[in-house]
Design a protein around this ligand. Structure first.
Ligand SMILES: *Cc1c(COP(=O)(O)O)cnc(C)c1O
Length: 808
């Protein structure tokens, strides 16, 4: 059906008829999208079956990437690109009088993730399939993804993200592969033939039903699987006791409460709230995932022998860490292994990625809550803790203090990172500086116990989505200039360095950037009703809203720029358009206040005719993957200004670099490695470094008030937040104002002057057109390192020990 245009057109019209019984003229864009989607899914299914067969028959080692989030973005065009049928489809649709972009635009963004962590999972799936690696995703099929953000009156308003409203063409429900997951109840301990038995009784059960989505590799026949679990209660599983007493409502209530498990994604990024439902979600998908892996393994191998040689389970942060006690439970209670054998298997199967140094993001669960919900799992965690602590006492008889630090259960709480460290064979950070900080500080004691478990895997992003798909003209120009080997070997982009000073290449790079800026300007015109000048610098700050990411620092610089422009209207700064996009967690008040601040500053500046449009401020609502794909290729400047030591890696930084933006940033996360790649002249670094930040934490000595009192620019800007300048009630930004002056652990005022200087440097460089374009090209040339293909290659050989399987 995709062999040529004529076949495709015929299949398209046929499918339109069978699905909707209408003619082309009568059909809507949404129906046309569904038709193209089902054709693509049908087309993919042949290789999907083939890939699965191959994996099962060859018995090759499989990787399962467990993640509570997969921020996929739209899939249709990615499939078309990876299947190498995009151009053909586009032309054929054109011949049918159908606008390709309208069709692509019909697909809802599956927002099954918050931000970087979920997007990383999605990039990894793309790279696994494209590198022919047998690796699959395991997660939750949230009925509602991350909320949709509207800006009303400058404030964030959250609306439910009903992404499944019109159905989902990509998923296949596998009802017959459903498994049961049990909550609550109690455990009866007995003995059979001298062996202890643990019988779980009086539990509530819910069925976990898998929905599979194909993950298509780039031009290689591999189709891996993303398996997302949905909680469903069948009629027969209603609470019969209540039901038989005629309490129909109670039975329905039960069904709803159990199905709530997969209803909605928690909208917290780098923060945990410790809610019972969240713990349910975590155990739900982990238990379902592991049961299905074990079932498949036994089908192939008969027994669980050599399990760890054939299966790798990776946990994306600690959210899926119950994989460790759940695997123990299945191995012992269901498969009859003893503790030591089960522990051996488990600790050789599970590997863990740490994503944060922020203490508010480290998960811990109150023992009482945990025990009530998961009584058998609690017993296993308790036993793991007991044995581990005993081992530590034997090893370090004189010191009691490290035990307090490393114990899994402490002070009435279960510390999930500690469980992950004890129960896995590998723990990695996500950039070099992050891994070093883990070893030195956050997990320092564990590093002294298990130095061999620690390793670094610097993050990456898929260049197929964030370059080939998002910026097709740039991808084409690159291939026309250096050949297309970079698509398979992104490090070949380095050849572009030879063209960094090539005038005609520079002009083509500039032209593509201007085209992308023009498109984004149209989007901004449509969505915000603001006209922006495409010859101004597009300075972009898009990511989740969080104090550590310091959107406020950016705003303070804008306010200062504006103040100086008002003082001196002839100041010849390069015109700039400051573009923001960020969702704030609904309960994170300071973050929401920051959104209002950005919009209030925008109101003042955009409506001031006296500054001749030299600055514009735009907040684009509902930042998601699709918007990232429109915004990033149009960026001149990439804002990566987190407080040093706080951003574990960042991946936005990599997407921008790949699209030729200049980074202004701190020496944090992957910025450090970006600087190392491009050289200090092709990135603008400012601010405290991680060591200086740590020193302030240990020794004190930072007083924001001193800076407020000594730097007039700072005083003026801070005062403007609360003195009516912003045309809002004076209390509007009181909390933010107080935070910056009295409770700021992120050194905003401290880094202000250094940031202003750095921004001045950006302005000057932009004025030197050739130098700017050279820098832009050098950034693209060095972005190969930050392809997730490099990252996944390192996970495959360094952690999982899996090899490619070519599907012919
Ligand atoms: C890449 C990406 C992120 C992560 O951005 P950071 O700058 O690394 O925080 C968040 N959200 C979306 C939609 C993304 O595409």
């Amino acid at each position: 059906m995709f062999s040529n245009k004529e076949n495709f057109k015929r299949s398209f019209l046929e499918k339109l008829q069978t699905m909707y019984a209408i003619s082309l003229e009568e059909s809507s864009d949404s129906e046309r999208y569904m038709v193209l989607g089902s054709l693509v899914r049908d087309y993919v299914s042949k290789n999907w079956v083939k890939t699965n067969k191959h994996y099962l028959q060859d018995g090759v080692k499989q990787v399962y990437y467990f993640s509570l989030e997969f921020l996929l973005g739209r899939m249709l065009e990615s499939y078309l690109i990876n299947l190498d049928i995009k151009d053909m489809c586009k032309e054929a649709l054109d011949e049918l009088g159908i606008d390709y972009n309208n069709i692509i635009g019909q697909e809802p963004d599956p927002g099954l993730g918050n931000g970087g962590l979920g997007r990383l999972g999605a990039c990894f799936l793309d790279s696994l399939a494209s590198l022919n690696l047998p690796g699959h995703g395991c997660g939750i099929r949230y009925r509602y993804g991350l909320f949709e953000q509207k800006i009303v009156n400058g404030y964030q308003v959250e609306l439910p993200d009903n992404w499944l409203k019109k159905g989902n063409v990509w998923e296949v429900k596998k009802a017959e592969k459903a498994v049961e997951v049990r909550f609550g109840g109690d455990v009866k301990i007995g003995t059979v033939n001298g062996k202890m038995t643990f019988i779980h009784e009086n539990y509530h059960s819910v069925m976990a039903v898998p929905y599979d989505t194909p993950i298509v590799g780039y031009k290689n026949n591999t189709v891996n699987t993303l398996r997302l679990w949905s909680a469903e209660v069948a009629q027969k599983d209603f609470d019969f006791q209540a039901f038989s007493k005629g309490d129909y409502l109670k039975a329905v209530e039960y069904k709803y409460s159990m199905e709530a498990i997969s209803q909605v994604l928690y909208p917290d990024d780098s923060y945990v709230q410790g809610r019972l439902l969240r713990l349910k979600q975590q155990y739900f998908f982990v238990s379902a995932g592991i049961q299905s892996i074990v079932r498949r393994y036994k089908k192939k191998h008969g027994s669980l022998e050599n399990f760890a040689d054939n299966i790798s389970i990776h946990i994306n942060d600690t959210h899926p860490v119950l994989a460790i006690p759940e695997l123990m439970r299945i191995l012992m209670d269901e498969e009859g292994l003893g503790w030591d054998d089960a522990w051996q298997v488990t600790t050789n199967t599970v590997s863990y990625t740490n994503h944060t140094t922020l203490s508010e993001a480290l998960e811990k669960w109150p023992v009482d809550m945990f025990k009530g919900l998961l009584p058998r799992i609690y017993m296993i965690v308790e036993e793991i803790n007991k044995r581990f602590c005993q081992e530590m006492i034997n090893k370090y008889p004189k010191h009691s203090q490290p035990i307090d630090k490393v114990a899994i259960i402490h002070d009435g709480h279960i510390r999930m990172a500690n469980l992950a460290l004890v129960g896995s064979y590998s723990v990695n950070g996500v950039s070099r500086i992050h891994t070093e900080l883990l070893k030195k500080h956050v997990l320092g004691v564990f590093y002294s116990i298990y130095p061999y478990k620690f390793n670094n895997k610097t993050n990456g992003v898929t260049h197929r989505r964030f370059l080939i798909k998002a910026n097709p003209k740039l991808a084409e120009l690159i291939s026309d200039t250096i050949g297309s080997s970079w698509i398979y070997h992104p490090s070949d982009l380095i050849v572009l360095r030879n063209y960094a000073n090539d005038k005609s290449f520079q002009e083509e790079i500039l032209k593509i950037k201007q085209d992308n800026k023009k498109k984004l300007a149209m989007l901004i015109r449509r969505q915000n009703g603001i006209d922006v000048d495409i010859s101004s610098i597009f300075d972009v700050h898009v990511k989740r809203l969080h104090a550590y990411k310091r959107q406020v620092l950016n705003v303070m610089h804008i306010m200062d720029l504006y103040n100086r422009l008002k003082d001196n209207p002839n100041w010849d700064i390069t015109p700039r358009t400051f573009i923001f996009g960020a969702k704030a967690a609904p309960a994170y008040h300071l973050a929401k206040e920051t959104i209002k601040l950005i919009n209030s500053v925008a109101d003042v500046i955009n409506n001031d005719k006296t500054i001749n449009d030299k600055i514009k401020v735009v907040f684009i609502e509902n930042y998601n993957v699709s918007l990232a794909e429109s915004i990033i290729p149009a960026a001149d400047v990439s804002e990566q200004i987190s407080t040093a030591s706080k951003e574990a890696s960042g991946t936005g930084n990599m997407k921008f670099m790949m699209n030729g933006a200049l980074t202004i940033g701190t020496l944090d996360g992957a910025n450090v490695e970006i600087k190392e790649e491009v050289g200090e002249n092709n990135i603008v670094i400012f601010g405290l470094n991680a060591l200086e930040v740590q020193n302030y934490y240990y020794h004190g000595g930072y007083k924001a008030m001193d800076i407020y009192n000594s730097d007039e620019r700072v005083k003026r800007v801070i005062d403007q937040m609360v003195n009516g300048f912003l045309l809002t009630p004076q209390e509007e930004f009181k909390a933010l104002h107080n935070h910056l002056l009295y409770h700021d652990e992120y050194f905003v005022l401290k880094d202000f002057s250094s940031y202003v200087e750095a921004q001045c440097k950006v302005d000057n460089t932009y004025k030197q057109r050739e130098k700017w374009l050279e820098t832009s090209i050098i950034n693209i040339a060095h972005s190969g390192k930050f392809s997730s293909d490099r990252t996944i290659g390192e996970y495959a050989t360094g952690i999982w020990k899996v090899s490619p399987v070519v599907i012919d």
